[in-house]
Design a protein around this ligand. Structure first.
Ligand SMILES: C[S@@+](CC[C@H](N)C(=O)[O-])C[C@H]1O[C@@H](n2cnc3c(N)ncnc32)[C@H](O)[C@@H]1O
Length: 228
């Protein structure tokens, strides 16, 4: 799955000029707007990995997208798997509004949105979520304070702070909270997009959670967890 001619700086420039940009991902249009996280090309790698995994694992019926932002993950997965139920969680009202818009524009009926409170990473009604896909805020206080980060990843200047900052030291707390929530939701698998510079530290921290979990880095910045 690839976004045609996707260049995050062109997208940023369109959003700054027009307040929004539309990207086309294999014929599916996703609108992106000011104040909502702009996905980068690595997101499409994550979605590809998720799609291949769902195709192979037929027992996956319910899928959580935690921190849905523009809804890019939820929309692309829902379109590909119209018979699965997708639950998308988000704290930002602007993001939920945009994600709803993207689902309705694409005539998608199998996504439900949940408005999370800050600090809470998922909510009940649907107790069982077989597979969670998440790209949570990943920028810890240390990295955020080092101005180098904006030289290394210049697009970060244009992302909403609440979408990228995790407000802990290393940018790991959201991953820990999501994984603990997943244990409560009887989740079997999780695919995380993580901070590529802290991926090993994130894996080591998650491995300390007292539950039977197999965790591995499957490619740069992507972590896979299997829960028993
Ligand atoms: C890095 S962005 C990813 C957005 C989208 N999944 C993507 O990849 O384009 C992280 C998102 O998590 C949201 N978020 C932050 N705290 C949250 C929470 N407690 N529960 C759900 N979403 C949260 C942010 O508002 C932001 O939209």
């Amino acid at each position: 799955m690839e976004a045609k001619n996707f260049d995050i700086f062109n997208v940023i420039s369109d959003i700054r000029k027009n307040g929004q940009a539309v990207i086309s991902v294999e014929g599916i249009n996703i609108t992106l707007r000011k104040g909502v996280f702009i996905p980068d090309y690595k997101m499409f790698q994550l979605i590809n990995t998720a799609i291949r995994f769902i195709e192979k694992n037929k027992t996956i019926l319910t899928i959580g997208d935690v921190g849905t932002g523009s809804g890019v993950i939820a929309v692309l997965i829902a379109k590909r798997f119209p018979n699965k139920k997708i639950f998308a969680y988000e704290t930002s009202a602007k993001a939920i509004e945009l994600a709803r818009y993207n689902t309705s524009k694409n005539n998608i009926k199998n996504v439900r949105f949940f408005n999370n409170k800050r600090g809470s990473w998922s909510i009940p009604p649907y107790k069982k979520i077989d597979f969670i896909i998440s790209n949570p805020p990943y920028l810890g206080n240390l990295e955020y304070a080092s101005k180098n980060i904006f030289k290394k990843y210049p697009d970060l200047k244009y992302q909403p702070k609440m979408a990228i900052r995790s407000y802990d030291k290393y940018g790991i707390l959201p991953f820990v909270k999501i994984l603990n929530g997943a244990i409560r939701h009887q989740t079997k698998y999780i695919l995380f997009r993580s901070n590529a510079d802290f991926v090993d530290k994130t894996v080591q921290t998650l491995q300390k959670i007292p539950h039977k979990i197999k965790i591995k880095k499957i490619r740069d910045g992507i972590i896979f967890a299997e829960l028993k």
